[in-house]
Design a protein around this ligand. Structure first.
Ligand code: SF4
Length: 339
């Protein structure tokens, strides 16, 4: 594997309070290419995760990484870092657990007679094409392993690194259903640098959508999260949907921001620094829980529907290459409420 041959700049044994909670830890690594980031390389015991609960078009996920260098301030996955005794703020962005043996474990799991070949989703928790994937290159093996076993798959990402694997994905789509989704919810790169500091640019993600389509694959877009009073104006959404249509997106799913416990404080701290005038409005909007108030979501739905129709996204989105009748790019379990 490519990562195995790279020069290790520093190995950091046992320097974090949470390291004892990272099962299977082999070593912790820093490199100059990832300033401020520590990779905790682990030997995972399992690759497939059964999704608790119902209501999703998939029952299984794979998360090659825990934590995400994309560092979105609104990231719903932040609370998962608590299980590692790491914090849900900077640690989530900078302490990245890497399951270096994930494809080997996956091969064993898929070979079990009990494996029924159900759809597997990637990108439902942390981003499989975050920058770390450039170093560890875990995804091609995962995709090929799933396809070889006849297992349909879906991937949701903000990472333009997926372009590297378009050949692998196109080959996989010859064998199984492949669903691809890109997450893009804003058109303002200045705001993107503030709220998604580690994520590729707007233009980069539009070019990714275009490249996916040119590779003959469908590409749905999660317009999520839409940030109230920051990215939700009719003008902004009209502009974004127009760009998505022009790039060839095969479907669009807009979702208003959810503010769950465990990430709300991190987001609200950012909001107080960057847009203090909005803090009291957000406090009121999310005063009843993780969802924005129904009146706001209803008004958003009224605003967004004609814009979706205008740009040809008012129909049922088609995100996958074959087989499943249901769309395979789906909001994370806690973000199922459209609008
Ligand atoms: S890309 Fe996704 S997983 Fe990564 S920080 Fe952003 S929202 Fe979280």
């Amino acid at each position: 594997m490519r990562w195995a041959g790279q020069r290790i700049e520093a190995e950091v044994p046992g320097t974090l309070p949470g390291l004892g909670s990272i099962a299977g830890l082999v070593r912790s690594v820093t490199t100059p290419e990832f300033r401020g980031v520590t990779f905790h390389e682990v030997l995972a015991r399992s690759a497939l995760n059964k999704v608790p609960g119902a209501g999703l078009p998939f029952n299984w996920t794979i998360n090659p990484y825990r934590g995400c260098t994309h560092a979105c301030r609104y990231c719903f996955a932040r609370p998962t870092h608590r299980y590692l005794e790491l914090d849900t703020g900077l640690d989530f962005d900078q302490q990245i657990v890497v399951k270096t043996n994930v494809a080997d474990v996956l091969r064993r799991e898929l070979a079990r007679p009990s494996w029924a070949g159900e759809q597997v989703a990637l990108g439902t928790n942390t981003d499989p094409y975050q920058r770390a994937e450039g170093r560890y290159r875990l995804m091609p093996d995962i995709i090929e392993t799933l396809a070889a076993s006849g297992t349909p798959l879906s991937i949701l990402t903000k990472g333009t690194l997926l372009r590297r694997d378009l050949g692998v994905l196109a080959a996989a789509a010859e064998e199984v259903s492949v669903g691809l989704g890109v997450s893009l919810a804003l058109v303002d790169d200045d705001l993107r640098r503030l709220v998604e500091p580690g994520v590729p640019s707007v233009r980069g993600r539009l070019d990714l959508i275009r490249a996916i389509r040119e590779a003959g694959l469908p590409c749905g877009v999660m317009v999520a999260p839409v940030l109230p009073w920051l990215t939700d104006s009719a003008e902004q959404l009209d502009h974004l949907f127009g760009e998505l249509a022009e790039a060839g997106a095969t479907g669009v799913t807009p979702l208003v921001l959810h503010l769950r416990p465990g990430m709300k404080d991190w987001f609200m701290t950012w909001l107080a620094q960057e847009r203090p005038e909005l803090v009291s409005r957000y406090d009121q909007l999310y005063s009843h829980g993780a969802n924005a108030l129904p009146s706001f979501r209803n008004a958003f739905g009224e605003k967004v529907r004609p814009l979706l129709d205008k740009h040809g996204f008012g129909r049922v989105p088609q995100f996958s290459t074959r087989r499943p009748p249901t769309p395979v790019i789906t909001p994370p379990p806690d973000q199922q409420t459209l609008f």
